[in-house]
Every structure is written in structure tokens, then in C-alpha cells.
Design a protein around this ligand. Structure first.
Ligand code: SAH
Length: 502
């Protein structure tokens, strides 16, 4: 159900991993007129908002300081009264140390309709991602959510240290890193054992997550030694000792590594997704862009005559997407290919065809023109019309070979790859990368041309194969890792092997 006008939604965004936002939260973000969000929200959470939505960061105003609580409450009321649907997006869960309770009260007092969408709270999620179950049959049958932030100026009730020390279960302490030495001392002074297992989980569920485990009496020094900062959750209780056996996130092969992907945005998603699933913090720094050319006369003619071709060859997933776009613009669908043998240059292209309901007749295992020529050797081509639909700057291996076999070949360019200057934010994010990956010589050349001396200095350069490596060296880069198999999986394999502790 989409966001209703005049209603304010107090929505939890989860602790940081973009996958931990709820379905309900996404649905509301996609439809809201206004989004008022905190600073600590998952990366990409706002990508789903409508292009015309008003999105305001109330955690940080243009001037630099945060909007005050009364101001936020007034904004929500004002927008709702003007008939807009409002999402008030908060990190974690809105009612757990998020001041969501106060905001709901303000809305109730102003007679504004509201709903609450709970979120995954950091006190449960950060420990879970560090392998610490906040309750356990053997160790803890209760868990307390505690704030470590006591601000005398804010009239917050003071913590009852005796009660906390006596609490029969796990303490999950929010906002406690800065005061960790004092927190630990007070708990021990009030009777909690200095030997009790404890842990601090920094940036829980995010790609930079780190955890430090130590007995309560030594935790502050250990956390300080490791340079742990907010946001972090402090866990006190026997369960903290279980992280060693259960930890999983921090064991993923690329955990904590920042990896730059330089492919065109339209092609980057597969590689980026694989790297993320291995734990990497991926920075997309596209140096080329796909420029569609489907409005040309040659494409229009080819689409009009599609049914007359005996063979249609597609040489990239982009080509497939754009051919179907061109077909749709001419009022056609997959049936226009009914007469033709359909050939894909490799599994990725065949998969893209499959998404349009077309099962490719010919698919070589390796995605190169030579392999496709070989795979087509059984097909009768003498005097038959063939369409090769591809990128403007492709090699002529395929059309030349088909012509040699007597085919009447039409070649049409569905798109061009053009240089693109990555934005400054991405260049900055890439600066302390551990790896930069290159999947083609054109991405190397364009990236070096566009970014030049602002390339991450300490990063190891990973290349998909010898041609790309040569281009990298020509551009003045040293290649540290070259894939043995010259495809995306091969590149990922080589990167993971390089990142493994030797
Ligand atoms: N409403 C939020 C908490 C807001 S208070 C929730 O339900 O999670 C802010 C505190 O939450 C931080 O100081 C920190 O202690 C904790 N926190 C939030 N995100 C965190 C994360 N990703 N990892 C560890 N702690 C986090």
C-alpha cells in the first residue's frame, strides 16, 4: 500500500546494510511526497524515492548543523497538513533511542495521522553480524537495550548502575563508545565481573564492520587501541564470547576491502553484486557510458525487416536490451524473430535474450567473436540474409567470417561506448581503495584520461587479461594481478586469491 496523503510515517531504515530495510519501508519511500531523513541511514536507501519527492536531510542542514527536534516535528506537521505524504526515516528502529516516541506524541498532539514502521535495531543486528546472539539458551535469557549516553543538560533519567550490573542477561549498549572506560568502570564497581566477556561492534552490518572482543575490564583499552569510533554497540554478557565461533561477516574473503569497479554503469551491476556478496565495499567509478543509437535509419530499417533475416547475431547484453527497445518503439515484440536462427555471443547475452522470452539457438561457451564464428559453422549461410546487431566500435571478425561463407550481412550499431567523467564524490570514495579492477582496455584508457593523478595511489590493479593489462601499462599503471580466465568470474577469482592472507 502506497503512502497516503496527509499521513506521516515514522519509518526505521535498519542498521546500515541496505538489505535490512523492510519491504514496507521501501514501498513508502517509493511513493512518499516528502522524505525527512537522519544522517545514519543505509547507503542507497534514498535511491527509491520519486524524482519529484522533496528529500531533506534533517540530520545535517546546508549550514552544517542538525535541525532541532522541535523544528523536525514542526516540519512533519506542516507537510502533513498541506496534504502531503511524509516519510520520517530514521536509522535502525524509530522507537529505539531514535526519539521516535517524542515525534509520535507531537503528531498525536497536532492531530496528524501517523503510522509506525519498525526497523531492525542496531542492538540486535550489529551483534548478529559479529556472530553474537543477544540471547542464548545456555547464556542469556534476557537482553537489555541501554543508552550509554547520559546528557545532564537534556534531563534524561540517569542510569541505575546497580540495576544494570545485576541485570540477569545481555546488555546491548547504544551510544557508548566515547564513554566506554567510564561505563565499564561503573558496571564493575556496581558488581558486574571484570572478567565477563564483552565486545564492541563498530559500523555493524556495514562493509566496514569491525568488532573487538575482550573481558569487560579490558574492553575500553582494547577498543581504544583499535581506534573504534561511533556508531558502535557495546555488548556485555557471556554471549559476547560466542562471536569467535559464530563470526561470519568479517570472515568473508573481501570483507573490509574497498574495490573500484570501472565498467560502464549499465554493465557494472553483475560484477559489483558479486564483489559485494564477498564482503567488498564497492565503489563504482565508470569511465565509459553506453550511448544508445537506436534512432538511426539503419536500426529502424533492420527492425522493420527483422522477420526476413535467416540469422540474427547479438554480441552483448546491452545489444539485446537496445534491440528490444528499438523493436518496442516500432510496435514489435519477440515474434519478429520467429523466422530467424538467433545467435548470442556468450552466456550473458543468451541470458539477456531469455529475459525477453527468446531462447538463443547458438551460444558458444566463451564470449568472443571467434568462438561464435566456430559455433555457427554448421549453419547454411550461402546467399542468406544475416543481421549482426552490436556496438559501433566492435571488431569485424564476425561479419567478415560470415561474408566469407557467402552470407549477405547487414551490420547495425545499436550503441556506442563513450568516455564519461566519473563524479567527484566517486573519485573521493575511490581514493583509499585497496583494488581497482579493469575489464577492458577502453575503461583503462578512459579512466586514466579522466581521473589521472587522482587515481587511488596504493590500490592494487587487477586486470581481466593480457590485452587490458597492456593498455594499463601503456597508460602508466603497474598491473599487480591478471586474471587467468579472461571473464568476470576469472577476474573475481584472481582478486580473491590475491586478497587471501598468504
Ligand atoms: N534507532 C537506532 C539507534 C539510534 S541511537 C536503532 O534502532 O538502531 C544511535 C546509536 O545506535 C549509535 O550511537 C550506535 O550505538 C547505534 N548504532 C546505530 N547504527 C549502528 C551500526 N550500524 N553499528 C553499530 N551501532 C550502531
Amino acid at each position: 500500500m502506497s503512502a497516503r496523503s496527509g499521513v506521516v510515517y515514522l519509518v526505521g531504515a535498519g542498521p546500515g546494510d541496505p538489505g535490512l530495510i523492510t519491504v514496507r519501508a521501501l514501498e513508502l519511500l517509493e511513493t512518499a511526497d516528502v522524505v525527512l531523513h537522519d544522517r545514519l541511514i543505509p547507503a542507497g536507501a534514498l535511491d527509491a524515492t520519486r524524482p519529484d519527492a522533496e528529500v531533506v536531510d534533517v540530520g545535517k542542514r546546508p549550514g552544517g548543523d542538525a535541525a532541532g527536534q522541535p523544528e523536525i516535528e514542526a516540519l512533519m506537521v506542516e507537510h502533513a497538513r498541506a496534504g502531503r505524504s511524509v516519510v520520517r526515516l530514521k536509522g535502525g528502529d524509530p522507537f529505539t533511542f531514535g526519539r521516535g516516541g517524542e515525534e509520535a506524541e507531537a503528531l498525536a498532539a497536532a492531530d496528524v495521522d501517523f503510522e509506525v514502521v519498525p526497523g531492525v535495531t542496531a542492538g540486535v543486528a550489529a551483534p548478529a553480524y559479529a556472530g553474537i546472539p543477544v540471547t542464548h539458551r545456555d547464556d542469556a535469557s534476557a537482553v537489555a537495550f541501554v543508552t550509554g549516553h547520559e546528557d545532564p543538560g537534556k534531563d534524561e533519567p540517569a542510569l541505575d548502575w546497580d540495576a544494570l550490573a545485576a541485570f540477569p542477561g545481555t546488555l546491548a549498549i547504544y551510544m557508548g563508545v566515547r564513554r566506554l572506560p567510564e561505563l565499564a568502570d561503573r558496571l564493575v564497581a556496581a558488581g558486574r565481573s571484570a572478567d565477563e566477556p564483552a565486545a564492541v561492534v563498530e559500523r555493524g552490518t556495514m562493509s566496514g564492520q569491525r568488532s573487538v572482543t575482550a573481558p569487560l575490564g579490558e574492553l575500553a583499552a582494547a577498543a581504544d587501541g583499535a581506534g573504534v569510533r561511533a556508531p558502535a554497540i557495546v555488548v556485555v554478557g557471556a554471549v559476547a564470547a560466542r562471536g569467535d565461533a559464530i563470526a561470519w561477516l568479517e570472515r568473508r574473503p573481501l570483507h573490509g576491502r574497498r574495490v573500484v569497479v570501472t565498467r560502464a554503469r549499465a554493465q557494472a551491476s553483475g560484477l559489483a553484486r558479486t564483489l559485494r556478496s564477498l564482503g567488498a565495499n564497492v565503489v563504482e567509478l565508470p569511465a565509459i557510458r553506453i550511448e544508445p543509437r537506436i534512432d538511426s535509419d539503419e536500426v529502424r530499417r533492420a527492425v522493420d525487416d527483422l522477420y526476413s533475416y535467416a540469422l540474427v547475431c547479438l554480441t552483448s547484453p546491452n545489444g539485446v536490451t537496445l534491440l528490444f527497445e528499438a523493436m518496442a518503439a516500432a510496435g514489435r515484440d519477440a515474434r519478429a524473430l520467429a523466422n530467424a536462427t538467433v545467435a548470442a555471443i556468450g552466456p550473458g547475452t543468451a541470458h539477456a535474450l531469455g529475459e525477453h522470452g527468446v531462447i538463443a539457438d547458438v551460444v558458444p561457451a566463451e564470449s568472443v567473436a571467434e568462438a561464435l564464428v566456430e559455433a555457427l559453422s554448421e549453419i547454411e549461410l550461402e546467399g542468406r540474409p544475416v543481421l549482426v546487431a552490436r556496438a559501433a566500435e566492435a571488431r569485424d571478425v564476425l561479419p567478415d567470417a560470415l561474408r566469407e561463407r557467402g552470407a549477405e550481412v547487414d551490420v547495425v550499431a545499436l550503441y556506442e561506448t563513450v568516455a564519461e567523467r566519473p563524479d567527484d564524490a566517486a573519485i573521493d570514495a575511490a581514493r583509499d581503495a585497496d583494488y581497482v579492477t579493469f575489464t577492458s582496455s577502453s575503461t583503462v584508457r578512459n579512466l586514466v584520461r579522466a581521473v589521472g593523478d587522482r587515481l587511488p595511489a596504493a590500490a592494487r590493479v587487477v586486470s581481466i587479461g593480457p590485452v587490458t593489462s597492456a593498455a594499463a601499462r601503456e597508460s602508466g599503471l603497474e598491473v599487480d594481478v591478471e586474471a587467468e580466465r579472461h571473464d568476470i568470474e576469472g577476474l573475481v577469482e584472481a582478486l580473491v586469491a590475491d586478497a587471501a592472507p598468504h
